[in-house]
Design a protein around this ligand. Structure first.
Ligand code: TPP
Ligand SMILES: O=C1C[C@@H](O)[C@H](O)[C@@H](O)C1=O
Ligand code: MG
Length: 637
């Protein structure tokens, strides 16, 4: 056998991370950019020591909350189109438990990230150690077992030499587009510091080749035939289009054959909003244009999409008696959905090959595409000018709050600003190549409908897990991926309260992010949901025990951390703040007070929710009946 190097397990890990490369379309680049850490006794003497001794090229960032720093890492790999990652090192017990939510976020979104939670003692000599859960039925169970269901690959290293096979499997998974997701390697805290004579060959440069998965001739012929026999095909653009960098091929294909595009949250901005055949967001949070086109379609070409309930309006968006599906995806599992024709292939490769085969074909959508676009643009224009009135005001979310309650909010928050007006004002003011991020609450719906992404890949929406707290943390990850661009976190007050610790990390390391905080004093979208389904307003508004609307000075909070802050109660104040924030070099926060119920409502869509079958309220009974009726029109699987 070759030469041996004596290293601790943690030193070997860091040395290995330094040697990983990815090869895509002839470009070879380093795969692991750096590592986020929160040191505790479980990792500071192992991974901490190894990094201090020799981090190599790895950039090291100290996080403030494990979930938050993991979200930053996830957003980074999403921005890097899964071609570069950060690792995340946590201590044992609570430190690693804090990764569970983030792992779910990475898994639901198919995003690669390497989690390195410390594990309890392998020797068991000092058991039970601090933060060991001591499960009665098995000593082998640790907190880190909770990460199994939310990891694409999970392993436990209890001897130094196990690290080698573990890491090789880990990087195979991390660099496979079809399996992409979180990889969790739990290393016992004592083992992190244990030494072993590692073979030098283990640390050789490793290049992970990502060749584009080509469609077979059989798949292409079947796809061609399906499209040729369709009169009104529609392309559903999923996140896979972005990861495959297939935007140009998609536009060329759509233009040549007159096939309109509709977008999922993950797919939005794969192609710019100005593209003539782009009808915008589809489904529950979609535009009227996209949802109308979906009803007319007789073939849906789903590219890189998981067909979530939001994209399909809980399987009611299409006429399933008539509509066929053609599914192009690198994941074979995804291609089986909705009984579609399966094309297991990379989006760019498949579109490139299909392009020439359809010579002479043309869809029958024709002039309907510009008509639908125009109709929706007029609606967007209307939504950009909603002005609050102290009497006779009809908000977008109707029949929930009385005028009296709306006035109460206007007084309590000292504002007349409406959410849709504020959002379009932001869209009109910030640089076109800025990147926006959001994930939960009412804002993802407004963004999917109203946001014009004029530059590709400027819209970063996490809507696989829709995890509150991703917005601020993720903004840091985006900034690390694009240091030369302005990054805007578009976040509700509820999400901000849930997690914004990485704002401090952003300030600490001079990574400028801009937080656009929409404060409507409550869990607004859930309040809409409950009232729309027959309930009252129950524990979703932020009211005190004596029923006063809370008015929190979020600007003060961010100012205390060191951010430059602004307060906006009118569209004008908002625009001025945006212009000033643009000039700052430190992170900023604009505390916008917006009125509840002024976000967008649904457009010809339905979402299947667990409405109470039995209730003492007539309104809930009606909501349940509506669900029963809608289910009759839906596809069952
Ligand atoms: C971690 C997490 N917990 C709970 C939820 C459920 N949830 C979705 S939106 C929401 C309220 C969001 O409130 P806010 O951020 O203020 O946005 P708004 O709807 O008011 O615009 C909740 C509790 C979630 N998506 N993520
Ligand atoms: O429960 C939810 C409702 C959605 O409207 C929201 O965007 C999402 O964050 C969520 O979790
Ligand atoms: Mg809110």
């Amino acid at each position: 056998m070759g030469n041996k190097i004596r290293l601790t397990t943690a030193q070997a890990l860091i040395k290995f991370l330094n040697q990983q490369y990815i090869h895509v379309d002839g470009r070879e680049t380093l795969f692991v950019e750096g590592i986020f850490t929160i040191f505790g006794h479980g990792n500071v003497l192992g991974i901490g020591q190894a990094l201090e001794q020799d981090a190599g090229h790895l950039k090291v960032f100290q996080g403030k909350n494990e979930q938050g720093m993991a979200h930053a890492a996830i957003a980074y790999s999403k921005e890097k189109l899964r071609q570069k990652i950060y690792a995340v090192s946590t201590s044992s017990g609570p430190g690693s438990a804090n990764l569970v939510t983030a792992a779910g976020t990475a898994l639901a979104n198919n995003l690669p990230v390497l989690f390195l939670p410390a594990d309890t003692y392998a020797t068991r000599q000092p058991d039970p150690v601090l933060q060991q859960i001591e499960q009665e039925y098995s000593t082998a169970v640790t907190t880190n077992d909770a990460l199994k269901p939310v990891s694409r690959y999970w392993d436990r290293v209890t001897r130094p030499e196990q690290l080698m096979s573990s890491l090789i499997r880990a990087f195979e998974v991390l660099t496979d587009p079809a399996k992409s997701g979180p990889v969790t390697i739990c290393i016992s805290q004592d083992v992190e510091g244990e030494a072993f004579d590692f073979e030098e060959a283990f640390f050789q440069k490793r290049v992970h080749y990502v060749d584009r998965l080509q469609p077979s001739e059989r798949e292409l012929a079947a796809a061609e035939q399906l499209i040729r026999s369709s009169r009104k095909p529609l392309i559903l653009v999923g996140g896979g289009v972005k990861y495959s960098e297939a935007g140009e091929e998609l536009k060329a294909f759509s233009e040549k054959y007159g096939i309109p595009l509709v977008e999922t949250q993950a797919g939005k901005s794969a192609v710019e909003s100005t593209f003539v055949n782009n009808l915008g967001g589809m489904g529950v949070t979609g535009t009227l244009a996209a949802n109308k086109a979906a009803r007319l379609a007789d073939l849906v070409i789903g590219i890189g999409t998981r067909y979530t309930d939001f994209a399909t309006s809980s399987k009611t968006a299409f006429d399933f008696d008539r509509t066929k599906f053609l599914n192009i995806n690198v994941s074979r599992m995804q291609t089986y959905k909705l009984d579609g024709l399966q094309v297991v292939a990379d989006a760019k490769a498949a579109l490139g090959k299909l392009h020439d085969r359809l010579e002479g074909y043309s869809s029958e959508f024709g002039p309907l595409i510009p008509e639908l676009r125009e109709e929706w643009n007029a609606e967007r224009e209307r939504l950009s000018r909603i002005e609050f009135k102290r009497s006779g005001f009809v908000p977008e979310i109707k029949k929930q709050f009385t005028q009296e309650t709306m006035n109460e909010y206007a007084d309590a928050l000292g504002t007349e600003l409406t959410q849709t007006t504020a959002l379009v004002a932001i869209n009109d003011t910030i640089d076109k190549d800025s990147i926006i991020i959001s994930s939960a609450g009412s804002l993802p719906g407004d963004l999917q409908r109203l946001w014009h992404a004029d530059v590709p890949n400027t819209y970063h929406l996490e809507y696989g897990y829709s995890c509150m707290g991703y917005e601020v943390s993720g903004a840091l990850g985006i900034k690390l991926a694009h240091p030369d661009r302005e990054v805007y976190s578009i976040v509700g007050d509820g999400s901000f309260l849930m997690l914004h610790s990485e704002l401090v990390t952003a300030i600490q390391y001079g990574q400028k992010i801009n937080i656009l905080l929409f404060d409507n004093s409550g869990f607004g979208c859930i309040n809409n949901l409950q009232m729309d389904h027959g309930s009252g307003s129950y524990y979703c508004e932020f009211r005190t025990e004596d029923n006063r609307i809370m008015n929190i000075d979020y600007a003060k909070v961010a100012e205390a951390y060191g951010a430059k802050v602004y307060r906006a109660h009118t569209a004008r104040e908002l625009k001025e703040a945006l212009q000033n924030a643009r000039e700052q070099t430190t992170s900023t926060l604009i505390d916008m007070k917006v009125l509840p119920k002024t976000m967008t409502d649904g457009y010809d869509s339905w979402w299947n929710l667990g409405v109470a079958e039995v209730s003492n309220r007539e309104s809930t009974q009606r909501a349940y009946q509506h669900k029963v009726e809608m289910l009759k029109k839906s596809k069952q699987y």
